[in-house]
Write a protein that binds this ligand. Structure first.
Ligand code: ADP
Length: 299
């Protein structure tokens, strides 16, 4: 469907926000994970033709989407981090306006908009002005606007920011339904969001792809390497130089830590079942590279 090939984006001064990323988008949800500043938004903007890469190619069904972006834009739904809206328009008017701008016929738009407003739980608020919407409601109208042209490729940049747990769960269900026939990219720094819906996960750090795969495979690769230990913070080196600290909780003078390490890092460390958060942290590599981590996890 949509392919990004060796895409780089350098800003003034030569800083590379995205540095040679190749990524194929196919039906299903791809969770794009990475810390703030990793380059996720820049990559999403390039995929949505909202920004041009400094080098690299963007192909839609094999055809150059940079030279001729119209075809991609017609079939694309994009929710940027900050989407512009008009506070004086109602939710329904806003969606109608965007549907018209995207060339959706009036009758199709009317039905589709009513359906979408229901899907995102805004049926009752459809005729209220956006200026009076809460942050979570605006997020949901943002999700609806990305779907108004029934896109084949859906790009959502941090869509769950500001959603409460119930809205988040509903959103996960909606995404799973959509992803049966559509390529959905969900960029987030919240690992459980990706865990809930992503068939594939890609981790970006400092503009580079550092890990990619199916969550179950990434987790299986860490079997026998995730440990819990209680350590004295005054002696942090006790964990050894190959350990990645995933989480730590203070217990009085001590710290209870969850770490990824190739071997039992301390004599009384207890093995834990690995999760996606462990794979993510290990890929970001808070410690020196572990030559025994799965390929792609090394930095
Ligand atoms: P993320 O979405 O993962 O938080 P971004 O893509 O927003 O990351 O940013 C990646 C890097 O590029 C950051 O270092 C950021 O400061 C830089 N950056 C983003 N946009 C611009 C811009 N318009 N001009 C200069 N630098 C930018």
């Amino acid at each position: 469907m949509l392919d990004l090939i060796d895409v780089t984006k350098a800003y003034r001064g030569g800083h590379r926000a995205v540095d040679g990323i190749t990524l194929g988008l196919r039906p299903g949800v791809l969770g794009l994970l990475g810390p703030n500043g990793a380059g996720k938004s820049t990559l999403m903007r390039i995929a949505a033709t909202a920004a041009r890469p400094t080098s690299g190619r963007v192909l839609l069904d094999g055809a150059d989407a940079l030279a001729r972006p119209r075809r991609l834009r017609r079939t694309l739904g994009y929710l940027p981090q900050d989407f512009g809206f008009y506070p004086e328009l109602t939710g329904r008017e806003f969606l109608s306006y965007l549907a018209a701008a995207k060339g959706v016929g009036a009758r199709t738009a009317r039905t589709r908009i009513a359906e979408l407003l229901g899907l995102v739980g805004l049926g009752a608020a459809a005729d209220r002005r956006l200026g009076g919407y809460s942050g979570g409601m605006l997020r949901r109208i943002g999700i609806a606007q990305a779907l108004v042209n029934d896109p084949r490729v859906i790009i959502l940049d941090e869509p769950t920011v500001g959603l409460d747990p119930e809205e988040r769960a509903r959103f996960h269900t909606l995404l799973s339904d959509l992803a049966a026939e559509r390529a959905v990219v969900l960029s987030t720094h919240i690992v459980p969001d990706a865990e809930a819906v992503a068939a594939d996960v890609a981790v970006v750090a400092e503009g580079r792809l550092v890990l990619q795969g199916r969550p179950a495979d990434l987790v299986a690769g860490l079997e026998g390497r995730v440990w819990e230990a209680v350590v004295d913070p005054a002696a942090p080196s006790a964990l050894g130089e190959w350990s990645t600290v995933v989480r730590s909780v203070r217990e009085g003078e001590l710290l209870r830590v969850r770490v990824v390490a190739p071997e039992r890092p301390l004599p009384d460390a207890v093995p834990l079942r690995p999760g996606l958060e462990d794979a993510y942290r290990a890929a970001l590599g808070t410690g020196p590279a572990d030559p025994r981590l799965p390929v792609g996890a090394r930095r």
